[in-house]
Design a protein around this ligand. Structure first.
Ligand SMILES: NC(=O)c1ccc[n+]([C@@H]2O[C@H](COP(=O)([O-])OP(=O)(O)OC[C@H]3O[C@@H](n4cnc5c(N)ncnc54)[C@H](O)[C@@H]3O)[C@@H](O)[C@H]2O)c1
Ligand SMILES: [Zn+2]
Length: 529
């Protein structure tokens, strides 16, 4: 897709990450013109950047940057290195993303400090403070959110030629595409790094394209999405999964004259997918729907299967449709900004998929480093891409076998009979993925109790969950009796079909409804803390 792309390549990142050196090498390799915004400003105004700051101040400098951005946004086939703060301004992001792909070069604070000290050619006011190392950490933290919205390329311990090679790989690497064969209409699941600028092309959308997103995700990514006609933003949070929210979206769609030929794109986590999917299923009796999941949980689980649901005052997820998307586009670069606890929550579903059908996936979780706290650098995008691809493939295979959830698909509910009860009794104060983690431990415990597998399976699951930062015990205040009661209520609702998914071993799950209450109670007691 991208080899003949004329879009500009834009490099951003903190000072000392090598934007100019790498940009120059990259331009040479791609046979493109190179532009460094700082150098251009200095040449045009006949003064160095520190002089401009000193004589004119910061505001005129930012204006010079913004003018150059407008100019460059009209051109193509450039490699552009930007000043350290240029791409932190949303207006500049909007302008340059329209016709460009942005990459962020990153390095650890220690490496940045060492490089700035080695660079004797430039005056660095940053080094002239009492503790430059601390100042770099502070500034990086302040700017982290702005930088992380773009695909990141690690530069530590690499020569500029290595970084250039990584970038070329990323620019040319094709995303992975899986065809999902659904009886209503087949669609594609695409996973890759830096896909948001290409939603229209990847999903094959011609008509009007409206993005529905939440305030948190929209602030980070709406500007990076290419060729969008309109963005509707709703407040973030599960409490907004209501008919009232849907009504406000209908109002805005009508106001802009959105009709049946248009496409709705959901940009956000599973909550956003539920809301936007509901709107797409109902607006003018249904319009095309593209899912752009930005949470791990949504990428590896919820975005495939076509379920949408809203809450009513009487209860959660009480109304909804099966609405199949025309495409799912999972841009793993967005995972870089996902809060640590949301990331862990998604890992619960990855582990679940490993337990259902793929021991190699479980080993990948066990052997990798899948935890990133604030301030640390996430794994390379290629690793994230392969984790998501492997996890979602399991769901795709199972959903294809049973598109309307009549049989085999219930195997995907491993740990969920417990998890739903835990969520309910905790009044939804426990995150879905955390409840699933506890549920997986309980499912393994119950399997061992009924002699389907050994206790070693439970131990292995607990280790994997702890490694990614997930809980393995049900909090004590959720009493086993109240959890069992919640399960029986569910059973009534499901017309007597309360089913458990149990394990014979890792990678071998099966469904049963023959589980006696005393065994469930004993398991709940044992996995409580
Ligand atoms: N697996 C299931 O059984 C299932 C099915 C349908 C719905 N759900 C529901 O989905 C919800 C959980 O979904 P989820 O984990 O996708 O979370 P979510 O949609 O609730 O998103 C979590 C938070 O992360 C933010 N966020 C998302 N992507 C981000 C990014 N890239 N960068 C920064 N912030 C980002 C969102 O704004 C939100 O505040 C639960 O309410 C659960 O009940 C679960
Ligand atoms: Zn789940």
């Amino acid at each position: 897709m991208q080899k003949n792309d004329k879009k500009n390549i834009i490099l951003t990142g903190f000072m000392g990450t090598g934007k100019t050196t790498v940009g120059r090498l990259l331009a040479k390799q791609l046979g493109r013109e190179f532009i460094d915004t700082d150098e251009l400003i200095q040449a045009r105004h006949g003064r160095s950047i520190p002089e401009i700051f000193l004589e004119l101040g910061e505001t005129p400098f930012r204006k010079m940057e913004a003018d150059i951005v407008q100019e460059l946004a009209e051109r193509e086939e450039l490699v552009i290195s930007t000043g350290g703060r240029l791409m932190l301004d949303p207006a500049n992001v909007v302008a340059l993303s329209r016709n460009g792909r942005v990459f962020c070069l990153v390095a650890t604070p220690e490496e940045i400090l060492a490089r700035l000290r080695d660079d004797k050619d430039h005056r660095r006011p940053l080094l002239e403070v009492p503790n430059p190392g601390e100042r770099i950490v502070e500034l990086l933290q302040l700017r982290q959110k702005g930088y992380q919205r773009f695909p990141q390329v690690m530069t530590n311990e690499k020569q500029p030629t290595d970084v250039t090679r990584d970038l070329v790989d990323l620019i040319h690497s094709d995303p992975k595409r899986f065809a999902i064969d659904h009886p209503a209409e087949p669609y594609d699941f695409v996973v890759g790094g830096g896909l948001l600028p290409f939603i229209r092309q990847l999903a094959g959308v011609d008509g009007q394209l409206v993005i529905i997103t939440d305030s948190q995700v929209g602030e980070l990514y709406a500007a990076s999405c290419g060729a969008v006609d309109h963005v509707i933003t709703i407040p973030t949070g599960r409490q907004h999964k209501t008919l009232e929210t849907v009504q406000t979206i209908y109002d805005q769609l009508l106001q802009i004259g959105f009709d049946r030929t248009g496409t709705i794109v959901s940009l956000g986590g599973s909550v956003m997918g539920d809301i936007a999917g509901f709107v797409a299923a109902t607006y003018m009796r249904g319009v095309d729907f593209v899912q752009c999941p930005t949470s791990l949980l949504d990428m590896v689980d919820t975005s495939v299967g076509g379920k949408t649901a809203l809450d009513l005052p009487q209860g959660k997820n009480l109304i909804g449709f099966f609405k199949q998307p025309t495409a799912v586009i999972a841009d793993v670069a967005t995972l870089q900004t996902l809060p640590a606890e949301e990331l862990a929550s998604g890992m619960a579903e990855v582990i679940k998929h490993g337990l259902i059908a793929d021991t190699d996936l479980l080993r990948k979780v066990e052997n990798g480093n899948w935890r990133w706290e604030r301030g640390t650098i996430p794994p390379p995008l290629s690793e994230l891409q392969s984790l998501v691809a492997q996890a979602i493939q399991i769901k795709i295979v199972i959903v294809q076998e049973d598109p309307y959830e009549h049989g085999r698909r219930s195997i995907l509910n491993l740990g969920h009979t417990f998890a739903h009860a835990i969520e309910q009794v905790s009044k939804y104060s426990i995150r879905h993925g955390e409840a699933v983690a506890m549920g997986l431990v309980a499912a393994a415990n119950l399997s061992a109790r009924l002699d389907h597998c050994s206790l070693a399976v439970q131990e292995r699951i607990e280790l994997a969950l702890s490694k990614v930062g997930l809980p393995t015990r049900i909090p004590k205040h959720l009493s086993p009796e109240s959890l069992l009661k919640a399960m029986s209520r569910d059973k009534k609702r499901l017309a007597g079909q309360l089913r458990f998914v149990l394990l014979r071993d890792v990678g071998q799950a099966f469904v049963t409804d023959a589980v006696p209450d005393p065994a469930i109670l004993a398991t709940l007691q044992e996995v409580s803390q």
